[in-house]
Design a protein around this ligand. Structure first.
Ligand code: URA
Length: 193
């Protein structure tokens, strides 16, 4: 899959995602949700998969979780438009179930090419599912937070934090998410570009 995307321009990559029929999610989606934001961003945010709002609007993180994500970014001085936001899966799983292994594998090349094209200084991954998929690990979120990881292929520094949908249910953990954001900011500050 990686090989088949690694040469694509933004325009061709978007077209490939929008017409993708590699898995059964193509039959149930309203539309594929490609990604949004500054294609030259220093920060890239990676989530799990579109939900109902995103499936309808064609943009990642536009529902309630997206609103909280925007607030989290604003708290560290980042307008939503200044980052690039994408998901591991480009199509909504029915009833928001977890992505299946083959679905994530089929989509992986799209995300890897997005990372390559944006070439961010830092990737912030939100939630266990997105983190496990991006980092190819089964480790629980508690073990993934608070460390700097590297994205496979690109080697980009990766920081893992809670998914905003989880924080809506468990607001007491917002303090720990704030620590993660500070940690990410510190890593970024050590880079000169
Ligand atoms: N949750 C995600 O992981 N991604 C979205 O785009 C929306 C909700």
């Amino acid at each position: 899959m990686r090989g088949s995307c690694s040469h694509l321009s933004w325009q061709d990559l978007r077209a490939a995602v929008q017409s993708c029929t590699r898995c059964a999610l193509a039959k149930t989606r309203t539309q594929a949700v490609f990604g949004t934001g500054d294609v030259q961003a220093r920060w890239m945010i990676i989530g799990e998969a579109p939900g109902a709002d995103e499936d309808r609007r064609g943009e990642p993180f536009v529902g309630r979780a997206g609103q909280l994500l925007n607030n989290m970014l604003a708290a560290i001085g980042l307008p939503r438009e200044s980052v690039y936001i994408a998901n591991v899966l480009k199509c909504r799983p029915p009833n928001n179930r977890d992505p299946k292994v083959d679905e994530a594998a089929n989509c992986r090349g799209y995300l890897e090419r997005q990372i390559e094209l944006v070439n961010p200084t830092l990737i912030l991954v939100v939630g266990r599912i997105a983190a496990q998929n991006l980092l190819h690990t089964d480790a629980p979120l508690a073990r993934l937070r608070g460390k700097q990881h590297r994205a496979p292929v690109s080697g980009t520094p990766v920081v893992v934090t809670y998914h905003p949908a989880y924080l809506l249910r468990q607001p007491a953990d917002k303090r720990k998410a704030w620590e993660d954001l500070q940690f990410a900011r510190e890593i970024l500050a050590t880079h000169v570009n």
